[in-house]
Design a protein around this ligand. Structure first.
Ligand code: BES
Ligand code: ZN
Length: 461
């Protein structure tokens, strides 16, 4: 089965493919907010029907949370599992959007044509690059180039509560030679990428209570403990003056990237000034003496994602609050054990509590970093296939983001993952005015057609 007519078919069908993506983008499948549960279900239904319309055997599978969608097709010795997620992030702050997040449109921008709308990049647009590649293969050759299972999740943006039990129960149905995940980015607009390192994520919420009730800050202020003061001290002490994180044992066991890997990263010529300049910044703010790529790909972080306490409404109120809380996340790298660090962080916070204060902890996920082995010849084959599509050769890169499913595929399904995606740093994922470049969508579809062709011709490990 030859590739060229498949690529031609993709070019000819781009308008219709874009329309199909628009239809999916109109469904507000926000997984974290129960008010949208019916919409999440509707997106799953739409996807299952779309796969079935291509002749795949497809169904929506209920879970205790949002449904999974599984489709199957093709035949042969080579069996690949594709993963993408059809749920999206909430849209707030809504007033910062220039259009309705669920009324997507093609917009002309100084940097080219984009598809604007929530989920256009993360991850509906990316997921559909793979679906469209499959559609083109079937349209031209009447068949997929190898055996394929497509697996779509609807809970990725809300911590994947049903994923582990589902994978455990469906082990035999989902296990393949290799997983393909489309939820990452290009290195830049010329250089496609296979992401081989993902950071893990540990989420912690701390709620500090001082007095039993809110107090008048004149009647009690000065004499009574204010939990916001306690919380601020704890947060301020999490980093030292050189940007290092002070949680005991935090850096234990973290390997330095090899000289070879460092040289590869150096050769990518990452433009730190542009990376910061694009978001209105000029200085790196991580550990001193590290490059931006090291900070993002091979070093762990501790960030406060939200902080609440006392009176935050309009005007002013002289109150001494009873409670103060913060949501803190740690991006983790290879060598770090999320559960051990959770214990260490909680012990550190406990130790800093003055008399009369108590703390409550809520955990929000604890997934380790993943490092993919690229020894399987499939990686070199895919790298070559991507290089054939894009102006410059493909690179093996790290990512600062987290995709816990890659780790579960390894531990539960005993399967490696290959992460290929076409997002860009300026896609504004999780942010107002999210977009996906039309070029990412078009070349993304063509890239998958090529990668499938290449992998179908490569022996399974
Ligand atoms: N697609 C992202 C992960 C990502 C972001 C990869 C940027 C590469 C570059 C994914 O949907 C996501 O946001 N993941 C969460 C995981 C969390 C909820 C467990 C993340 O990284 O915050
Ligand atoms: Zn995503």
């Amino acid at each position: 089965m030859s590739l060229a007519p498949v690529l031609d078919r993709i070019d000819a069908d781009l308008g219709a493919a874009t329309e199909r993506l628009m239809t999916l983008l109109r469904i507000p499948s926000i997984s974290t907010d129960p008010a949208y549960a019916a919409d999440v279900d509707r997106a799953a239904e739409w996807l299952a029907k779309d796969l079935a319309s291509m002749g795949l055997e497809a169904a929506k599978h209920p879970t205790t949370g949002h449904p999974m969608v599984v489709g199957r097709g093709g035949s042969g010795d080579r069996h690949l599992l594709f993963y993408g997620h059809y749920d999206v992030q909430p849209v707030d702050p809504l007033d910062l959007w220039n259009r309705d997040p669920f009324d997507p449109a093609i917009e002309e921008t100084p940097k080219g044509r984009v598809i604007r709308g929530r989920g256009s990049s993360d991850d509906k647009g990316q997921l559909m690059t793979f679906v469209e590649a499959c559609r083109a293969w079937i349209a031209v050759h009447g068949a997929l180039p190898c055996k394929l299972t497509l697996f779509f999740e609807g809970e990725e943006e809300s911590g994947s509560p049903s994923l582990v039990p589902y994978l455990e129960a469906q082990k035999d149905a989902l296990k393949a030679d290799l997983a393909l995940i489309c939820d990452t980015g290009l290195f830049d607009s010329r250089v496609p990428a296979i992401t081989t390192m993902l950071r893990g994520l540990l989420g912690e919420e701390i709620i500090i209570t001082g007095p039993d009730m809110d107090l008048h800050s004149g009647m009690y202020g000065g004499a009574a403990m204010n939990p916001i003061r306690v919380l601020s001290r704890i947060i301020a002490s999490l980093h030292d003056d050189t940007g290092r994180i002070t949680v005991p044992g935090f850096y234990d066991g973290i390997p330095e990237p090899s000289d070879e890997v460092k040289a590869q990263w150096e050769a990518l010529g990452f433009d730190e000034a542009a990376f910061l300049g694009d978001v209105g910044l000029s200085r790196l703010a991580g550990e001193q003496g590290r490059t931006a790529l090291e900070m993002l790909w091979s070093r762990p972080t501790c960030e406060v994602n939200g902080i609440v306490g006392g009176y935050t409404g309009a005007g002013f109120k002289t109150v001494l609050p009873s409670k103060a809380s913060a949501k803190i996340s740690f991006r983790l790298v290879a060598g770090q054990d999320p559960l051990k660090l959770r214990e260490s962080f909680r012990a550190m916070v406990q130790k800093m509590l003055p008399p009369d204060c108590t703390v409550e902890f809520k955990g929000h996920g604890a997934s380790p970093a993943s490092v993919m082995s690229t020894e399987d010849p499939a990686f070199e084959a895919a790298r070559q296939a991507l290089s054939d599509e894009w102006p410059d050769p493909a690179a093996f890169i790290g990512s600062g983001g987290s995709i816990p499913v890659a780790g579960y595929f390894k531990t539960i399904l005993e399967m490696d993952s290959m992460l290929i995606g076409f997002g860009k740093d300026d896609d504004a994922i999780h942010s107002p005015n999210e977009k996906y470049d039309v070029e990412s969508f078009h070349k993304g579809i063509r890239s998958w057609a090529r990668v499938l062709d290449a992998l179908a011709k490569t022996d399974a490990p």
